[in-house]
Design a protein around this ligand. Structure first.
Ligand SMILES: *[C@@H]1O[C@H](CO)[C@@H](O)[C@H](O)[C@H]1NC(C)=O
Ligand SMILES: *[C@@H]1O[C@H](CO)[C@@H](O)[C@H](O)[C@H]1NC(C)=O
Ligand SMILES: *[C@@H]1O[C@H](CO)[C@@H](O)[C@H](O)[C@H]1NC(C)=O
Ligand SMILES: *[C@@H]1O[C@H](CO)[C@@H](O)[C@H](O)[C@H]1NC(C)=O
Ligand SMILES: *[C@@H]1O[C@H](CO)[C@@H](O)[C@H](O)[C@H]1NC(C)=O
Ligand SMILES: *[C@@H]1O[C@H](CO)[C@@H](O)[C@H](O)[C@H]1NC(C)=O
Ligand SMILES: *[C@@H]1O[C@H](CO)[C@@H](O)[C@H](O)[C@H]1NC(C)=O
Ligand SMILES: *[C@@H]1O[C@H](CO)[C@@H](O)[C@H](O)[C@H]1NC(C)=O
Ligand SMILES: *[C@@H]1O[C@H](CO)[C@@H](O)[C@H](O)[C@H]1NC(C)=O
Length: 403
């Protein structure tokens, strides 16, 4: 969609007649006459209608030679319904479009339209079928729109030939992200070779999002907030050449992800810079892979962000002795050993207690006797008092049992 060359002629609404007349004053009469004739022709050829015969919508600049139409920073609230049929490069940017309805381009039969730039149009909604019936569309830029909803059927029922899709700073809403994931997974963009998802603040990617992109070559996920790639599958991206993950919050990458990258035959450039690598035991696999892999760009510059005592250390310079990994930190087994230890200690205490009892058995016996005697004396005192005011039969009974 890179605009090649400038748009040479401004063919918007024709200049008002007054301006031309003012410029003429003071010039020779014959030139003035020619201008008058020109103005007359202009009026005859439809000065009053919205569109000139050459065909350029109000508020846009058109160049037939460059096959380009630009409707930039205007007040358009909808896609102009009268785009010239030759248009190959269409820029509608910086307008308050807000929503792209179904069939926004369909009625105009834009058979040549190859590059469509819709960035910065305050788009919140892209409806089903909004981008259908564009048989030549190769590049689409939807960046800088605060998308809240992106229909999985935005390109219509059949597949789209789209090759480049830019969604920079356009997926801050989870709804739009899920819509994109569904759209990609449905296989609507099987020819897509470049996907730009930078600047979106993405934390996690929907599982299986890249599962149906067999032609993808360049994937840009830089400047997001990705914390991990545990659920992201890169399988099936047999053409992938570059993957940009710089400026994210990655702390560690698992063996599964590394193995997938190892298996991608075309992957030659992985951008990893400015992440939040956590240099503990779990990073061993990543370090080992980094040392052997030549896929990572600028791997010498990668440094640990945590823990504090490893901060700033180059990932490539880490060796096992830095990581304290020899003792496996296995909580359940640790707990088990501590329970066994506790049991042994309790058993020992019990045994000592019994031993003390045994050694003191004579003293204890004596002590028990003393207690029994004391009790008996006490009880007899009670009996005595009881006998005084109780039934004689009961007194007999109790004194019998006492003996
Ligand atoms: C689309 O237009 C914006 C604004 O003019 C520009 O920054 C961007 O580079 C264009 N996209 C493409 C793919 O050319
Ligand atoms: C857009 O509309 C505003 C007011 O609605 C007006 O002031 C401004 O001139 C318009 N801009 C263009 C490029 O037409
Ligand atoms: C994808 O590209 C191939 C080869 O360039 C082409 O034949 C096919 O029609 C394209 N797919 C779509 C859906 O346009
Ligand atoms: C990164 O993305 C944020 C939005 O998430 C944006 O404001 C910022 O400008 C981007 N940074 C760069 C360097 O592009
Ligand atoms: C990964 O996927 C599983 C199920 O597929 C889900 O339960 C889990 O929450 C996901 N984890 C992340 C970090 O997305
Ligand atoms: C990761 O893979 C490497 C080699 O492929 C292997 O040596 C290592 O044990 C694996 N790590 C884990 C945690 O499975
Ligand atoms: C990734 O993107 C950053 C800018 O966000 C750029 O500086 C870097 O060169 C890119 N890396 C790759 C491998 O594309
Ligand atoms: C570990 O790395 C340090 C430098 O960071 C080096 O001095 C030391 O010899 C290395 N130890 C082993 C066992 O490789
Ligand atoms: C490794 O463990 C020892 C003892 O637990 C500790 O003193 C040392 O600081 C640890 N080193 C690192 C790099 O974590």
């Amino acid at each position: 969609m890179r605009p090649e060359g400038k748009v040479p002629s401004r063919a918007g609404p024709p200049p008002p007649a007054g301006a031309g007349a003012g410029a003429m004053s003071g010039r020779e009469a014959e030139r003035g006459g020619a201008l008058c004739l020109g103005l007359l022709l202009h009026v005859l050829l439809g000065c009053g209608s919205a569109q000139q015969p050459g065909g350029c919508p109000a508020g846009c600049e058109c160049s037939e030679a460059a096959k380009t139409v630009k409707c930039v920073n205007g007040n358009l609230t909808e896609v102009p319904p009268d785009l010239p049929p030759y248009v190959r490069n269409l820029f509608i940017t910086g307008n308050p479009l807000r929503r792209l309805p179904a069939g926004a381009f369909a009625a105009q039969r834009l058979a040549e339209l190859g590059a469509l730039n819709l960035s910065g149009n305050h788009l919140r909604v892209v409806e089903a079928g909004a981008l259908s019936a564009l048989p030549a569309l190769r590049q689409l830029d939807l960046s800088g729109n605060p998308l809240a909803s992106l229909s999985p059927q935005a390109f219509g029922e059949g597949g789209s030939p789209l090759e480049e899709l830019a969604l920079r700073g356009a997926l801050r809403d989870q709804g739009a992200l899920l819509g994109l994931a569904a759209l990609l997974q449905a296989g609507a963009l099987r020819n897509l070779s470049r996907l730009e998802l930078a600047d979106n603040g993405l934390l996690l990617l929907p599982a299986g999002m890249f599962g149906a992109l067999p032609a993808l070559r360049h994937l840009d996920l830089s400047n997001n907030s990705l914390v991990g790639l545990r659920n992201v599958s890169f399988q099936g991206l047999g053409q992938l050449q570059s993957l940009n993950l710089s400026d994210n919050s990655l702390g560690v990458l698992r063996n599964g992800t590394l193995a997938q990258w190892r298996g991608l035959p075309a992957l030659r450039r992985i951008g990893f810079g400015r992440n939040a690598w956590v240099c503990d035991c779990a990073i061993e696999d990543l370090v080992a892979w980094l040392k052997e892999s030549d896929q990572v760009e600028g791997k010498e510059a990668l440094t640990c962000a945590h823990p504090e005592k490893m901060q700033g250390k180059a990932l490539l310079k880490i060796n096992a002795s830095d990581l304290n990994c020899s003792v496996p930190v296995d909580l359940p087994s640790q707990l088990q050993t501590s329970y066994v230890f506790l049991g042994i200690v309790l058993a020992l205490i019990g045994a000592i207690f019994l031993l003390v009892l045994y050694l003191n058995r004579k003293g204890i016996k004596k002590w028990m006797h003393n207690i029994r005697d004391a009790c008996r004396d006490h009880m007899e005192g009670y009996h005595y008092r009881y006998e005084i005011n109780a039934d004689p039969r009961l007194t007999n009974l109790s004194s019998n049992s006492d003996v």
